[in-house]
Design a protein around this ligand. Structure first.
Ligand SMILES: [Zn+2]
Length: 97
């Protein structure tokens, strides 16, 4: 019987993999990269696996778009936080650095 933590671990591995794919696809096919992000978020909810902060900085919670450094996102450091602004929809959110 696979324990809950093993299930979470597997979900996390898949989430990381999906973000890698999203990054790879972003320039050629932004819609597909968006779908990878959506899948990763679904996996996170279903398995109660929290998306790590480093990955949370890579997508917009509002429009679901993948955020690629130097392309469609702006970072601004504010003290111990970083403000992340999605240039696709204008939404901004803060995360710890
Ligand atoms: Zn957005």
């Amino acid at each position: 019987m696979a324990g809950k933590s093993r299930r979470k671990e597997i979900a996390l591995e898949r989430i990381y993999r999906l973000f890698e794919l999203a990054e790879k696809e972003f320039e050629k096919n932004p819609e597909r990269s968006k779908r990878y992000v959506a899948l990763a978020r679904k996996l996170s909810t279903r398995n109660k696996a929290v998306i790590p902060t480093e990955l949370k900085k890579k997508f917009c919670k509002k429009c679901g778009g993948f955020l690629k450094k130097g392309m469609n996102v702006e970072f601004k450091e504010i003290g111990e936080l970083v403000e992340i602004k999605c240039k696709e929809c204008g939404f901004s959110f803060k995360k710890s650095i």
